[in-house]
Design a protein around this ligand. Sequence first.
Ligand SMILES: Nc1ncnc2c1ncn2[C@@H]1O[C@H](COP(=O)(O)OP(=O)(O)OP(=O)(O)O)[C@@H](O)[C@H]1O
Ligand SMILES: [Mg+2]
Length: 251
Amino acid sequence: MIELEDLTVRYDGFTAVADVDLRIDRGEFVTVVGPSGCGKTTALRAIAGLQEPTSGRVRIDDRPPSRARERGDVGFVFQRHTLLPWKTALENVAFLRRMAGKPPDREGAGALLRSLGLEGFEDARPSALSGGMRQRVAIARAIHLGADVLLMDEPFGELDEITRDELGVELRSLWRRERKTIVFVTHSVPEAVFLGDRCVVMGDDPGRIEATFDVNLPEPRDTEVFGSRAFQRRVAAVRRTLHDGYEREVP
Ligand SMILES: Nc1ncnc2c1ncn2[C@@H]1O[C@H](COP(=O)(O)OP(=O)(O)OP(=O)(O)O)[C@@H](O)[C@H]1O
Ligand SMILES: [Mg+2]
């Protein structure tokens, strides 16, 4: 379980995140959406133990996040892929797990790449892959680390809409199989609603939680969901909250 208690982060007197309280259960898929600069990355970095809170605290399974990270319990996917250019897709996937001192699992790494649609590209280097393929490798790498918690900061931010939708469907079905705890930050309201069990809407100035929505859409979620009225109603509710900051419930 991830717990944020009164999390506040200030940079030189500027309050980036103010008094954020949030509990995320084990195996929950939580999305965080909010305007640029509202403190999403700052909050995610605090969860990862990469940013010390100014006040309040973060716990992952009752441990300080830096401790959880050292144990390889937390995986990341960033907006820009951070693959090693001289290693193949398969080697990139295996690398983090090796660094965390976990037993190698070549079979598992290959199976993950295949499940993300990269069959036949195991031996390709990042320069020979498209942006979407590289992000798939980065996702496979984070999952292969074997961490229970995955923190994703706009991992599809630079991708075209078609690839985004496809990767969203794949990520959601992967989550259904693996039941990781996922915190997924995005600018995209439809993406936040499509992916999450719960969608946290942040407001800015100072960065805070404006509202939380239970998404509750039928499973499995595929691209058909985008056309459904339930989906569109939820997207509209999140948008209203973002725009005027007081809508509190899914209609
Ligand atoms: N290292 C830093 N020093 C000073 N101010 C910072 C630092 N990092 C972020 N900030 C400020 O804190 C605020 C929140 O930044 P953060 O990166 O968390 O926003 P964000 O919600 O992730 O934005 P985006 O959606 O554009 O990625 C911004 O106003 C930013 O300028
Ligand atoms: Mg950010």
